[in-house]
Write a protein that binds this ligand. Sequence first.
Ligand code: PEP
Ligand code: MN
Length: 347
Amino acid sequence: MIVIMTPEAAEAEIAAVTEKLQSAGFTLHRSPGIQPVVLGAVGGNGYDDREIRQMAGVAEVVQIKDEFQLSGKKFRAQTVIKIGEVQIGGPEVVIMAGPCAVESETQLRKIAPTVKKAGGKILRGGAFKPRTSPYAFQGLGIEGLKILRKVADEHGLLVITEIMDAGDLPAFLDYVDILQVGARNMQNFSLLKELGKIRKPVLLKRGISATIKEWLLASEYLLAGGNYDVILCERGIRTYETMTRNTLDLSAIPLLKKLTHLPIVADPSHGTGIRDHVIPMARAAVAAGADGLLIEIHHEPEKAWSDGPQSLYLNQYEEMMEQLRIIGSAIGRKVEAPHLKPSLMFE
Ligand code: PEP
Ligand code: MN
């Protein structure tokens, strides 16, 4: 149930409604940064709302029949996540780029300056890697987090990296700006519940076989815990097609824009698995309305310890950024990238 207060509602009136609903067994969520105040009351089915409707300061009570109680548009029009100077979910398309895995400080130092110079705002890199084979490189662990933080700080970038185990949370809180929940963990509900308790942004990737409904319900686990800074990331789903690693479901972007206030990011690297297809799909994702992109890049992709075949060369990343800037301007979105060199036209 959503309770919309009047613009004049006093804090005491808001508190009275909150207490009334809490004592009826609801968990209350106050929509952040919104005037008039909107209260999301989660739980308690079949509640008779007549008394609430009569209370001072209440403008409207909306019974939500769908399951997207806190991720739906009725709770909030648009989430804009602010981390320092960076805003995700606003007019700017925010680019997050870096290697699949943090391999060493030297490696990250070769990549980070280009991420920044070309207009990227957030440095990516896995320190805890979910690998299909237990014999493959599993990541540098906490050492990788420290390297990410250090190199990102040297270049004025933020850090995004994947968390697989809630037991690692203290280290992530120390070193990381955005916690990524990978496709394999989208429905790891105990992990999501723990991440719902923290107050740092979480990027929730779509599971490889997840429907949009399952994905949004997974996001509800984070929101229901009171962590409202959630970003969704479309990274491709498994279909019958075998010529690409995954099928990047770009139609999810406009669909989610209608369903949810959460920012939506696309990952064309895992979405295609093939370097040559990353830039075209990145362009398409921005054109489709993505609020950001997560892109794998490497200074020597052929030597990368993971996901080399889908990692862009640094110069390709720069070209992509220049192209995205033009696409952004065509649809009223900003992509902070340097101006197009005459030689770099769309292929
Ligand atoms: C990654 O971003 O490196 C990653 C492992 O992604 P996904 O969870 O989408 O496979
Ligand atoms: Mn990867």
